[in-house]
Each structure stands twice: as structure tokens, then as C-alpha cells.
Design a protein around this ligand. Structure first.
Ligand SMILES: [Zn+2]
Ligand SMILES: [Zn+2]
Length: 138
């Protein structure tokens, strides 16, 4: 049975729910994620968007990501929290920021991507695969 999970921004104006298992879970070390989150790394779930529903006003910020594709980053219009994003390279999928989940205890990270721009002082010792850029397509 599909898992149902919910999340939202810090102030609660943006809320979402989804009922599909993530296809991938990853730490992204790209420079855009570093800048837009103010953190050395962003952790995200790549989820089919068929059952994804969100409420509340988001501000969309479109940039060309390190992959060369348009990335639409959606932040709460009130508190500015990054909540989810979409990538032109992956239509039909939504990328949920793990920190926005109400309960992220069930998440199992699978890999690190864009480690070419990883901060040198951030150590990785979890044994997960690391990719300098996008992971190879299966
Ligand atoms: Zn908010
Ligand atoms: Zn990134």
C-alpha cells in the first residue's frame, strides 16, 4: 500500500500531501542548493507527482541548475521556506525538501549528487554512492 505523508513550510501557510514512495532520495551538494537553502547540502526526495497535492501560496524561482536544466524552486510566499521544486529534466516528478516533511524518520538516503561542489569541510562517511554531477541514468 502506498505510504501517505505530509509536510509544509515553517509558518504553515504551505502544506502538501503525497501518497507515492520516493523513486530516489539524495543529498544534493550543488551550488544552487547551497545558496537557496543557506546550508552546505540539501536533502530531497524525488517523487512521482501524480498524488502530490499542495495548498498555500508559493513563490517560484526559476534558475538553470548545475545540470543545465531549468529548476523551479518553490518557497513559501510568507516565511520563505524552500518546500519543493521541479526540474525540466524530470517531468512528472516533484522534488520534496526533506526538512519540510512533518515526519522524515522513515526516509532512507540513497546517494550524494553534485559532490564536485561539495564543501571540503563536510565529511561524508555514510558509505552511500557519490556522484560528481547527476547520477547515471539507469
Ligand atoms: Zn510559510
Ligand atoms: Zn542541488
Amino acid at each position: 500500500m502506498a505510504k501517505r505523508y505530509e509536510g509544509g513550510c515553517h509558518c504553515g501557510a504551505v502544506r502538501y500531501s503525497c501518497e507515492q514512495e520516493p523513486e530516489y532520495t539524495f543529498y544534493c551538494h550543488c551550488t544552487d542548493c547551497q545558496k537557496t537553502t543557506g546550508s552546505p547540502v540539501s536533502m530531497e526526495l524525488m517523487v512521482p507527482d501524480a498524488t502530490f497535492k499542495s495548498t498555500g501560496e508559493v513563490t517560484s524561482y526559476v534558475v538553470t541548475g548545475d545540470s543545465g536544466n531549468a529548476v523551479t524552486r518553490c518557497h513559501c510566499s510568507n516565511c520563505g521556506s524552500g518546500v519543493f521544486l521541479t526540474c525540466a529534466s524530470d517531468p512528472g516528478y516533484i522534488f520534496i525538501k526533506v526538512g519540510s516533511l512533518d515526519d522524515a524518520s522513515w526516509v532512507e538516503p540513497q546517494m550524494h549528487i553534485f559532490t564536485a561542489s561539495k564543501q571540503k569541510w563536510l565529511g561524508i562517511n555514510d558509505g552511500l554512492p557519490q556522484f560528481a554531477g547527476m547520477p547515471p541514468v539507469e
